[in-house]
Design a protein around this ligand. Structure first.
Ligand SMILES: NC(=O)c1ccc[n+]([C@@H]2O[C@H](COP(=O)([O-])OP(=O)(O)OC[C@H]3O[C@@H](n4cnc5c(N)ncnc54)[C@H](O)[C@@H]3O)[C@@H](O)[C@H]2O)c1
Ligand SMILES: [Zn+2]
Length: 441
């Protein structure tokens, strides 16, 4: 068994948590600042620091066992994000906007009598009325204000954020009010950051696959800086996440595919069984089979919730959720925000990370092929835009948040499918070779 210092490795088949004290525990190592670990292919090598629970409260019923093609309204599936006194539920289901009791769980979710919904010009005409109704139906005590922001990643900035504060201050909102993020990841990240800065509670109502499987869960909030994505932000957990899967009916195909990049990511970094399920069901996901989507969302939320409950503030383990993101952020920043969707950039970035892992001799060629195949079936790119140069990658990667003491740490696959490492210890030549292989100059 190879020993890698200044790295840590993970392997956590879903629904299995090893708590044996004799197991190597990368989480406690990372949390205690050691940030070191030992590679252990195929072994469950995660246990939780004592004093914090690690509970995932949803069944993972494979979609193959469910009737296909029909929506099942009714009680939501609940995935609990376990963070002690900051724990919260993720409600997942169809028709949830018609269940006002979920949002109107006022003790727990909506604090105070004033709510401000933050959304954008695309989502407001589609879902704002429904959400306002869900917040107020049968309850005249609550007043709802809203702010409608311009749509797009390029507006995830300080100027647009200020519009939320303008509205909140003009409406004389105090610290007892609640912010509600209604939209995709851009709205969720900005509204969450606004709530963190204004020190009020907030609720996430994500309406894209990207936001439903990833960005709305875990409390990472923030905005972009012209020199890099998400460079300004805060960790701030919502009171709950409400995922009405019906909102995906109006989502453009390209946005749907973008979100699937993060779904594929969970399979690659920690859930080989889920990856295999995706290999069987990718066409159903692309065709928006409701059961397939619901299952993929639930399983993704379980994975994200578990990682976040182990490592809320990204001491180590949580960084693995950024597979492909260092390359991807360089594409988003270098190519201009909004040109490529986040998931598209991440897809190309994952291919580059996988290529580098292979060059290092850490994975075998079958994984490289499976990653390419599944991304193509998900209608995602498998290479960066042709205009990206090695220099563009290097200059953006130099300001990546995972640079520590001048060393760029990367998430790379290592061992059998479902295993990865977060490390700064790799042969620089492999990185240079990968960049050269994917860039014309
Ligand atoms: N905080 C995190 O942990 C985290 C994780 C992943 C991604 N992100 C961030 O999320 C952002 C990307 O999120 P995104 O992909 O959701 O993009 P987005 O928020 O820009 O939404 C994509 C587009 O779809 C539209 N839209 C949203 N819901 C719709 C619906 N139901 N019907 C029709 N149109 C709809 C939006 O108006 C937008 O035009 C990036 O800024 C990324 O950095 C954050
Ligand atoms: Zn992402």
């Amino acid at each position: 068994m190879a020993s890698i210092s200044n790295a840590f490795s993970l392997s956590l088949p879903s629904n299995r948590i090893a708590n044996s004290s004799s197991d190597f525990n990368p989480i406690t190592s990372a949390l205690s600042g050691l940030d070191s670990g030992e590679f252990s292919p195929g072994r469950v090598a995660v246990s939780k620091p004592s004093g914090i629970g690690g509970r995932i409260c949803a069944n993972a019923t494979p979609v193959m066992d469910q009737p296909v093609g029909e929506k099942s309204s009714g009680a939501p599936t609940i995935v609990e994000v376990d963070l002690g006194n900051r724990s919260y539920p993720i409600y997942i289901g169809s028709g949830l906007f018609d269940q006002p009791e979920l949002l109107q769980n006022f003790d727990r979710h909506v604090h105070g009598k004033k709510v401000i919904v933050v959304t954008n010009t695309t989502i407001a005409p589609l879902y704002l009325d429904k959400v306002v109704e869900a917040l107020t139906k049968g309850n005249t005590a609550v007043s709802v204000e809203y702010v409608i922001l311009p749509d797009g990643e390029k507006f995830k900035d300080m100027d647009t954020l200020m519009k939320v504060f303008d509205k909140a201050i003009e409406s004389r909102l105090d610290r007892r009010c609640t912010f509600v993020a209604l939209g995709g990841g851009v709205i969720g990240d900005m509204c969450g950051f606004a709530a963190a800065s204004f020190l009020v509670n907030f609720i996430q109502i994500p309406t894209t696959v990207m936001a439903q499987v990833d960005s709305s869960v875990g409390g990472k909030t923030g905005i972009n800086h012209p020199l890099g994505k998400n460079l300004i932000g805060a960790f701030y957990q919502p009171q709950c996440v409400l995922i009405d899967t019906d909102t995906l009916d109006t989502l453009p195909d390209r946005e749907l595919a973008s979100g699937l990049a993060e779904v594929i990511k969970y399979g690659l970094i920690r859930d080989a069984e889920f990856f295999q399920w995706q290999e069987k069901n990718m066409e159903k996901l692309i065709a928006r089979n409701p059961n397939a989507l619901a299952y993929a969302i639930k399983r993704s939320c379980e994975n994200k919730a578990e990682v976040v409950s182990f490592d809320e503030k990204e001491s180590g383990l949580r960084a693995t959720l950024n597979l492909g993101h260092t390359f991807g952020h360089a594409i988003e920043t270098g190519f201009g925000y909004g040109q490529w969707l986040h998931g598209e950039a991440v897809a190309a970035g994952m291919v580059m990370a996988v290529d580098m892992s292979y060059r290092l001799g850490w994975i075998d060629s079958s994984i490289v092929k499976r990653v390419d195949d599944i991304l193509l079936r998900a209608k995602l790119p498998t290479a960066p835009p042709e205009t990206m140069t090695v220099e563009m990658f290097k200059s953006v990667m130099a300001v990546d948040k995972k640079v520590a003491d001048g060393l760029l740490r990367l998430i790379l696959l290592k061992g059998p499918l479902g295993n990865c490492v977060f490390t700064g210890e790799y042969d620089r030549k492999a990185l240079d070779d990968t960049l050269s292989a994917f860039c014309k100059s």
